[in-house]
Design a protein around this ligand. Structure first.
Ligand SMILES: [Zn+2]
Ligand SMILES: [Zn+2]
Length: 779
């Protein structure tokens, strides 16, 4: 088969393709919205006068003849010593924004032969730091001595980095475990540190974000000790209030730069909702056709049209299924076309991946399905269309994925295919939430006491803590230091608080874990470690008898050893799935903030959640029919965390039009949908949060719905919900109403993680209750 080189290829008429794809009425109904985003021209600004000419020349060689306006604004601010966050779209050249000041300072100092002004670059992953290193090396700047410092670096590389490097690329984990605890050996580097670049900073969210915020504070403290005060430059995808989250991360005011001057070709964004089928699921709810099945159909259609298409699918098995199904469809039309579709997944050797990328570039491959996880590692140009089987979790990720198509300002087509959950349902019926100003924010809570304590120990091990440090680490520090001293983790001496134990203080904080040691999932026959499950989710997902899915394969859990944190499993193909039954109670410990919405109240504060997995159900795959229930003997778990909750008064409940018997179901349905929609406002997924609803709660004496952070001490999600509660709950109400099912289904009020088997649920009651709650808001 010979393929045409892409340079000779005319751009396909994407609007025409879409028109043909939706020519019949059944198909047309699934297209809920089509948005045409006009092409946008580039806006340039002159090079800052202070730019080193060698850097300007190097960038010119790479095709940057004149920088874009946002690059210059950010660079000028950083050059003048202002902390800055650059939050612009995919492929908007954010690195040029921080290279200008960072590399100019490195080059100038090398010239003058003075000291070693350093740049520290932080990426959330090793792969990203490696990628950034090769880009830096591609600039060919002689005096630049850049190196990565990560778990793979050998002793020699580490010594070289400490002694000679002026640009060190690393990740928060290395900073936490190695660089900061060993700061004495990095003294020269830290003394000269001019810039700290925090790339892809929207990754630092939830509990992980709290940890990284504390690591940054430890870094700033050590820099001050060695006499430097670096300027922070952060880069982020476009999210709501980037300055707020950047400021929380750095612990100092940060200037936002959001006016994107990069050009863009025309984008067609199609929103697509699979139809309800005649099948029935849990409690007789209608079953929607899956997003993967719809995506496979669309992939086949686009390949027939000669449109180079990449489909993003959530799971590895899903990606394989989409490719196989599309091939089947195509084989019926033309076997030759079927050979031009492939799946692209993790686990491939780099040369296999390069081969696939090459084939897509030259057009011998037309369709590819990949998992979201490959987003960072993928290097594909020349695409026309991107299909998304399900919302990828954030608007930033959606635009990043759609941005894969439309090379060199040619047009691009993006299709978001909804999955059956309330968030996706809402989005395909409310395009303005994807197109308007972003509302989702990267949230975390730097003051989480469970995170603060271990980092204060690590800081004390680095340099004794003194009261002068308290302001840097935030409110609650004095209290935390006292508690750590009482607990004999820290010792008070005349010069401050010391870490005097022999073990490593930094080991107290496991920055990627979310509380408790994760449970290892081990295959019984082979002893092979399949993966881990967060401690918080272990009871409900790997209890004895549970069906556990791992990368598309199913396993049966034989034993859960809580002391050793191990679940033993064996491969199995049962024709059922399992659902845990839980008993949850919640107690209000303290209210931080509260407001009246007429007779209703909205609050945010501390709660204690008690949760016990008491049994599990076996449900037949497909139909959801209950095959049996088995009791479990697992201990109760208690979680102290943050929650947002709302209540209705007795009169409101009486007048809302919901019969007393239907109230528990109404509150429960409202709770589920609101958990499903919170990720639109705070980048989290529905598994990071939990909820409790009751027609009468003993602490409030009223109908109450709680949504809480699933991590000890809170993660900022419930706080964000409180801050934007009116929009969040209005959105929740609209999402429920948008679903065309009669009495509730997974697209609106049913939840896959419900510990009560999705019962009782009252869809119409939920709308009535939310209308009452929102009806008296005077804001
Ligand atoms: Zn529904
Ligand atoms: Zn539930």
């Amino acid at each position: 088969m010979s393929a045409p080189p892409h340079s000779s290829r005319a751009a396909p008429d994407l609007a025409g393709v879409l028109r043909r794809t939706t020519a019949n009425a059944v198909r047309r109904e699934r297209l809920t919205h089509l948005e045409r985003l006009a092409a946008r021209p580039a806006r340039h600004a002159p090079w800052p006068a202070w730019t080193d000419p060698r850097l300007r020349e190097a960038l010119r060689r790479q095709g940057v003849t004149e920088p874009w306006v946002h690059q210059v604004t950010a660079a000028d601010a950083a050059w003048s010593g202002e902390h800055v966050v650059l939050a612009t779209g995919t492929a908007s050249g954010k690195s040029v924004g921080y290279w200008l000041p960072a590399l100019t300072s490195v080059l100038a100092a090398a010239e003058e032969g003075r000291g070693r002004p350093g740049v520290l670059y932080l990426a959330p992953t090793k792969a990203l730091a490696q990628d950034q290193l090769s880009k830096l090396q591609g600039l060919g700047l002689g005096p630049l001595r850049a190196t990565t410092f990560d778990g793979d670096s050998g002793t020699e590389e580490r010594d070289w980095a400490r002694e000679h490097a002026n640009y060190v690329l690393t990740n928060p984990d290395m900073l936490h475990h190695s660089l900061l605890p060993g700061h004495a050996r990095w003294a020269k580097f830290l003394a000269g540190l001019r810039y700290v670049v925090i790339d892809e900073c929207h990754h630092y969210r939830g509990v992980f974000g709290s940890h990284v915020a504390q690591i940054v504070r430890r870094l700033r403290r050590l820099c001050a000790h060695y006499g430097s005060e670096p300027t922070f430059v952060l880069a982020s995808a476009t999210v709501a209030s980037p300055a707020d989250s950047a400021e929380r991360l750095v612990g100092a005011p940060v200037r936002p730069v959001t006016d994107d001057g990069s050009p863009r070709g025309e984008i067609l964004l199609a929103l697509w909702e699979p139809p309800l089928t005649s099948l029935h699921g849990e409690h007789g709810a209608p079953v929607r056709r899956t997003a993967t099945a719809e995506t496979a159909d669309l992939l086949a259609d686009l390949v027939v049209e000669g449109v180079r298409t990449l489909a993003f699918v959530r799971s590895r098995r899903g990606a394989e299924t989409v490719a196989l199904t599309a091939k089947d469809h195509l084989a019926a039309v033309d076997p030759e076309l079927a050979r031009r579709v492939a799946a692209y997944r993790g686990g491939y050797l780099p040369e296999d991946r390069r081969e696939i990328e090459h084939k897509l570039r030259n057009g011998s491959l037309l369709g590819l399905s990949a998992t979201n996880a490959l987003e960072l590692g993928i290097d594909i140009a020349g695409l026309d269309a991107v299909l998304l089987a399900g919302f990828p979790g954030t608007r930033a990720a959606l635009w990043q994925q759609v941005g894969r198509a439309g090379r060199e300002q040619q047009g691009a087509l993006g299709v978001l295919v909804a999955r059956d959950d309330p968030l996706d349902t809402y989005l395909v019926h409310h395009p303005e939430s994807l197109l308007g100003k972003p509302v989702e924010a990267t949230v975390f809570d730097p003051a989480n006491p469970y995170v603060l304590g271990p980092h204060l120990c690590a800081a004390a091990a680095e340099l004794p803590l003194t009261p002068d440090d308290f302001a840097l680490f935030g409110p609650g520090t004095a209290e935390a230091v006292e508690a750590l001293t009482d607990g004999r983790l820290l010792r008070r001496r005349p010069r401050g608080w010391f870490w005097t134990r022999r073990d490593r203080a930094s080991d107290l904080a496991d920055i990627r874990s979310t509380g408790g040691s994760p449970v290892r999932v081990v295959e019984h026959e082979t002893g092979r470690l399949l993966g881990t499950v967060d401690a918080a989710a272990a009871h409900s997902s790997v209890h004895p008898g549970a069906v556990h899915l791992h990368q598309g394969d199913s396993y049966l859990v034989l034993e859960l050893d809580l002391e050793e944190s191990v679940a033993l499993v064996r491969r199995a193909q049962p024709d059922y799935m399992t659902v845990a039954r839980e008993v949850t109670d919640i107690r209000i410990v303290g209210t931080d903030r509260s407001q009246q919405w007429g007779a209703a109240t909205l609050s945010f504060g501390d709660v204690e959640v008690g949760n016990q997995v008491v049994a599990f159900l076996r449900r037949r795959l497909g139909s959801g029919e209950v095959l049996g229930e088995e009791p479990l003997d697992l201990p109760e778990r208690r979680l102290t965390t943050k929650a947002c909750w709302w209540t209705l008064s007795e009169e409101q409940v009486r007048d809302c039009g919901v019969a007393p018997a239907a109230l528990p179901g109404a509150a429960h349905a409202a709770e589920h949908a609101s958990i499903g929609l919170l990720p639109l406002f705070a980048t989290c997924d529905r598994w990071d949060i939990g909820g409790v609803s009751t027609a009468l709660h003993e602490d409030t004496g009223r109908l109450t719905v709680f949504v809480y952070d699933g991590h000890p001490g809170g993660a900022g999600f419930a706080e964000r919900g409180y801050a934007d509660a009116h929009t969040w709950l209005t959105t929740t109400r609209d999402a429920i109403e948008a679903c065309e099912c009669a009495d509730g289904c997974p697209s609106c009020v049913q939840s896959p993680k419900c510990g009560n088997g999705n019962s009782p649920l009252d869809k119409h009651g939920a709308i009535a209750v939310l209308d009452t709650l929102l009806g008296e808001v005077t804001t």
